[in-house]
Design a protein around this ligand. Structure first.
Ligand code: DLZ
Length: 158
């Protein structure tokens, strides 16, 4: 249970560079919108905290998490975008839809990141139920949007 043992909200910022000249794309899935909005807000607050300018953060929505990959590609293809943060929530149901979506997004975002040579964060919260998702969107297990933003800042400081 990695998340229970380690709240990455306490990430190490010692090596983080100033982000004031960087441009960020954020792609937010609208399924479970209240939760993805909380994750997206966490990501934006983190970027601002590390120097990003409000006008350099470009937030777009997609219908569901499956569409995060294409949304990421739409943004990553622009030369001026330095990194993309993808946010979604996929909750297990009676069928295997979550498996298909989660694997497709993980593979898709990896491909976009490598194709454009840019950090693309996997801010996809994949849980067994709603409560676990809320716990990770500003609840007892922190905010995974914060961690997704911290991941791209870390990579841009590489
Ligand atoms: C269809 C679907 C289902 C069942 N569950 C979720 C979910 O938990 N989280 C999410 O972000 N999206 C879900 N979707 C929608 C798909 O991601 C996608 O938008 C549709 O299949 C249309 O391509």
């Amino acid at each position: 249970m990695a998340t229970a043992l380690k709240n990455l909200n306490e990430y190490n910022t010692a090596t983080f560079a100033d982000m004031s000249d960087k441009k960020f794309g954020i792609v937010v899935a609208e399924w479970h919108k209240d939760i993805t909005d909380a994750l997206s807000n966490g990501a934006i607050e983190t970027l601002l905290k590390h120097g990003a300018q409000k006008e350099n953060i470009f937030r777009n929505t997609v219908p569901g998490s499956f569409e995060l990959t294409l949304g990421a590609q739409f943004l990553a293809q622009h030369e001026e975008i330095d990194a993309v943060i993808c946010i979604g929530v996929v909750i297990k149901g009676d069928t295997k839809h979550d498996d298909y979506i989660n694997h497709a997004v993980a593979n898709g975002l990896t491909n976009v990141s490598l194709k454009y040579n840019k950090p693309v964060a996997f801010g996809l919260v994949t849980t067994n139920n709603l409560e676990q998702a809320l716990d990770r969107a500003g609840g007892k297990h922190g905010n995974k949007g914060v961690e997704a933003a911290a991941a791209v800042i870390h990579m841009l400081s590489f």
